[in-house]
Write a protein that binds this ligand. Structure first.
Ligand code: ATP
Ligand code: MG
Length: 234
């Protein structure tokens, strides 16, 4: 367990904030995260995705900074390439190439593997979701849930150190939702999961609740969920 924890990134927010044309999306936030499973919950527009995008450098802080194992997500971006995988809220933004197999293989391109090894890795990645048949399908023909599974496969195939899931189960049916839940639970990698599906984060080590761009609660999953329910009933 200790060895596993030692591999986890130490994520630090130091008065990191995000403003869009003067409007605050994330209020100055200072915190450290190093847990295995971190949940992020809160109402629509509360700043969850903005918070997550700061971690992998997709968003730049308007003030303050964010570091991963001491490396600044902006200044040291090159050193952090490949360490954080991000699964977008809308999987259509994730899949770049028309054929699913090619899109998943894209994440392996830098390893210059022979074709059979790439095909095997793609099959194994989709196979985790019992979705190997998606390999030769066209992305634009897939249902929302199928696209989500393809996007998950495309990120996991690259074996990032930390995986951020932005609402991984929002389009999935009950079976695939359970599958994603099990996949996340079994993932050796550190994971940050943004979710409106409270069950998904209920067993997590730590859960953050965002409210109006600020961190409203940070602690145990059950207490965080209670806090979120209070906000939702406000
Ligand atoms: N690129 C942008 N330009 C302008 N405003 C933005 C941008 N991205 C986010 N915002 C605003 O920042 C606030 C926080 O957005 P964010 O996407 O982080 O919310 P969220 O908690 O992920 O919501 P949801 O649950 O709906 O996904 C919102 O008011 C949103 O309109
Ligand atoms: Mg969001």
């Amino acid at each position: 367990m200790l060895a596993e924890r030692e591999r986890h990134l130490e994520i630090r927010f130091e008065a990191a904030e995000v403003r869009f044309e003067g409007r605050v999306a994330l209020q100055p936030l200072t915190l450290s995260l190093g847990e295995h499973r971190i949940g992020v919950i809160g109402l629509n527009g509360s700043g969850k995705t903005t918070f997550a995008r700061l971690i992998n450098g997709l968003a730049k802080p308007s003030g303050g900074r964010v570091t991963l194992d001491g490396l600044d997500t902006v200044a040291d971006a090159k050193a952090l390439v490949g360490r954080v995988g991000f699964i977008f809220q809308n999987p259509a933004n994730q899949i770049i190439l028309p054929i699913i197999r090619d899109d998943i293989a894209l994440g392996l391109a830098h390893r210059r593997l022979p074709r059979p090894a790439v095909d095997a890795a793609v099959a194994a990645a989709l196979g985790r979701f019992d979705a190997a048949a998606l390999a030769d399908r066209r992305a634009h023909e897939l249902s929302g849930g199928e696209l989500q599974l393809a996007a998950l496969s495309a990120v996991l195939v690259t074996a990032p150190q930390l995986v951020i899931f932005d609402e991984p189960s929002n389009q999935l049916d009950l079976k695939n939702r359970a599958l994603v839940e099990r996949t996340i639970a079994a993932l050796p990698e550190q994971a940050i999961v943004i979710s409106h599906d409270l069950e998904l984060v209920s067993g997590f080590d730590r859960v953050l609740v965002f409210d109006r761009g600020g961190l409203a609660f940070d602690g145990r999953a059950s207490a965080a969920i209670d806090h979120y329910r209070e906000i939702a009933c406000r």
